[in-house]
Design a protein around this ligand. Structure first.
Ligand code: NAD
Length: 270
């Protein structure tokens, strides 16, 4: 089979540049296009030069439709509004769409699910093997330790430029805990505590967000009982692991029927 042509959207971003390097390092895929937002200063630049791997002959453009027409898939770590727009274009072009963007609203998620009727979409708040395995462990722990005895708190830290909170990964781990407890996360989560909050509500899932420096992504799920604490953690040192996961997802999605999939499907973690 010929190489899978991938377009990187948000090509000048932190993840975009990391994705370009990951595509270059992976057998079976090639960089078919690179797209940035209208007015971005990097338009017209060579995508390889921008990513620090030398000239690749792929120019950064602001025309996703033209780029998608000549590709088999798109890898997208941009913004919620952009990912919703790209999901529509990928569905029109009938190509796979790998979405790592976080911070999507319920309405954004609905639009992406609608596009997945025509396109194969893999969407995950975290594309790393380690975090997806951690989510499985969190679900098991939450199921085994009952809400009356163990309180669940999700703690995350990211670099100072991250724009959404809690992180997509923290929400994903919260969802895993809620699934284990057979409750709805949206009805049981506590996102912020400030002032006279009163005691902790039994069965709630709390979130705490730290921001600073260059931290790529630290997550801990704490199950706090009386006299003991279980802490399940993951520390990401390098964005390359998310990019590697996204490229693995693209190769996996190449021959799959349209639908909305997660990294758990890609990694066979059920
Ligand atoms: P970034 O700001 O460095 O990069 C985003 C890029 O997208 C920018 O270059 C921006 O110009 C571009 N962009 C925005 N709108 C666009 C449009 N309409 N068309 C084309 N390009 C557009 O951010 P980042 O750190 O690379 O993160 C991007 C997203 O990926 C965030 O939502 C982040 O939380 C998420 N993320 C997910 C994972 C994961 O594993 N799922 C890992 C890391 C980051």
């Amino acid at each position: 089979m010929s190489e899978m042509g991938l377009v990187v959207v948000g090509a000048a971003g932190r993840m975009g540049q990391t994705l370009i390097r990951a595509i270059l390092a992976t057998e079976g895929v090639r960089l078919a296009g690179a797209v940035e937002r209208r007015g971005a200063p990097q338009l017209g630049a060579d995508a390889g030069e921008l990513a620090g791997v030398g000239k690749l002959g792929v120019t950064i453009s602001d025309d996703p439709l033209a780029a998608f027409a000549n590709a088999d898939g798109v890898v997208d770590f941009t913004s919620p509004a952009a990912s919703v727009e790209f999901a529509g274009y990928a569905a029109q072009a009938r190509i796979a769409h790998i979405i790592g963007t976080t911070g999507c609203s319920v309405q954004d998620e609905e639009k992406i699910a609608a596009a997945a009727r025509h396109a194969t979409i893999v969407k995950s708040g975290n594309m790393s093997l380690g975090v997806n395995l951690l989510a499985v462990l969190v679900e098991q722990a939450a199921r085994a330790l009952n809400a009356g005895d163990f309180d669940i708190e999700v703690l995350e830290m990211h670099h100072r430029n991250k724009v959404d909170a809690p992180s997509g990964t923290a929400l994903m781990l919260g969802e895993a805990a809620a699934t284990g407890r057979e409750i709805s996360l949206s009805e049981n989560s506590v996102r912020v505590r400030d002032g006279h909050t009163g005691p902790r509500e039994t069965g709630s899932i709390g979130f705490a967000t730290l921001r600073g420096g260059s931290v790529v992504g630290d997550h801990s799920v704490i199950l706090a009982g009386s006299g003991e604490r279980i802490v399940l953690s993951h520390h990401a040192d390098d964005r390359a692991l998310f990019a590697k996961g996204a490229v693995t997802a693209a190769l996996w999605a190449h021959d799959k029927k349209p639908g909305l999939y997660s990294m758990r499907d890609v990694l066979g973690l059920g």
